[in-house]
Design a protein around this ligand. Structure first.
Ligand code: RP5
Length: 176
């Protein structure tokens, strides 16, 4: 178990009692992939709120959620969407919080459509875009953990533990 640096503050989440991560996705069909982000956040002990919001099908809800994200205590948004994947970009337009985008692997174009529509943001409205599908979902959660770890000793220790466990698993592999 990694020891948390003493100079870092106690967990900010514990202080506020509000989840720091907002996990959103464009459709319930995205959950199969985005559950990996949720599981990874759970592993790191990071509370999050999760919900389906569609930039296209529920634009009013998108607006309300995005414009209230910061005042509700969120610090980071993870947005998964596929096809004409505008969820992350619209979220980034509505909140100054860091937005991490996960492109879904779409049936027709294998996620290249999702990736390009998410990553090609105009200058001034950034979305940090991750790999297509499950690896992207896991890495978005780990990246959220890395950001939060900068100001949270407990999460910092959890990120260190995750890395150590991952390395141990590879080191212990014995090929037939
Ligand atoms: C996007 O359209 C969603 O993010 C999803 O990946 C894709 C298909 O949605 P469904 O038709 O399965 O609801 O908005």
């Amino acid at each position: 178990m990694a020891t948390a640096p003493k100079t870092q503050p106690e967990t900010s989440t514990a202080r506020t009692g509000r989840p720091p991560v907002g996990l959103i996705m464009g459709s319930a069909s995205d959950w199969e992939t985005m559950q990996h982000a949720a599981q990874t956040l759970d592993t790191l002990g990071i509370p999050f709120e999760k919900r389906v919001i569609s930039a296209h099908r529920t634009p009013k809800l998108m607006y309300e959620w995005g414009t209230s994200a910061r005042e509700r205590g969120l610090k980071i948004v993870i947005a998964g969407a596929g096809g004409a994947a505008h969820l992350a970009g619209v979220a980034a337009a509505l909140t100054p919080l860091p937005v991490l985008g996960v492109p879904m692997e779409s049936a027709s174009l294998k996620g290249l459509d999702s990736l390009l529509s998410m990553v090609q943001m105009p200058g001034g409205v950034p979305v940090a875009t991750f790999a297509i599908g499950k690896p992207g979902a896991i890495n978005a959660a780990l990246f959220a953990g890395a950001i939060l770890a900068l100001g949270d000793a407990r999460i910092s220790a959890a990120v260190d533990d995750y890395r150590a466990a991952q390395a141990k698993k590879v080191e212990e592999v014995r090929l037939p």
